[in-house]
Design a protein around this ligand. Sequence first.
Ligand code: GTP
Ligand code: MG
Length: 193
Amino acid sequence: MSENEKIILSVLGNSGVGKTSFIMKFTDNTFQESYLATYGIDFKTKYVNINNNKYRVDLYDTAGQERFRSISINSIRMSDGVILIYDITNESSYENISTWMDNIYDIKGKGFPVIIIGNKCDKEEERQVPKKKGEELAKRYKITFFETSNKIGTNIEETVLKIINQIIENNIRDTDNSIKLRRNRAKDKNSCC
Ligand code: GTP
Ligand code: MG
């Protein structure tokens, strides 16, 4: 991956879990209590520096409402990684994570960079999903898990930096593998002719 490369992240999850709020907190460091559901799809950009390289990060803000599901799922095709969100105060948003994971792996295959986050961890008194359940779920898929709060800013940057690092590592591994593959092909050629 070269300098100034664009990284596309899709932010997915049920309606109201905090996808738009997550993106606003990460890109503008702002938070709003009022709720306006996302219609269709939106996106915001932020530049980040990692290991002295500058990356343009485009975050697709998808709609959680069922009627926009095909647009949201379509965004997976264009993305390099997914941030998948449930709301710790809403059990059904947690239960839906496995359906989202099925959609992601159907399109991108296992091993595609995904991070699961349990959002609204500032609302401890309304919690319906124990942290342990989030950790167990992520362990089942062998992926990273964070609990976050867009309101107080817990683990927002950490989540994005973690997934970008995974994408970069994957990319290096893929490049390595294709170089090795090319080398092996060249060797095969040499040995037969
Ligand atoms: P859709 O666009 O309908 O898919 O929803 P969304 O996932 O984009 O949710 P959104 O970011 O609009 O947030 C829904 C509501 O939850 C808003 O009222 C936010 O203020 C609130 N909210 C989001 N994140 C947090 C959080 O970390 N803590 C608290 N207390 N409220 C949050
Ligand atoms: Mg939204």
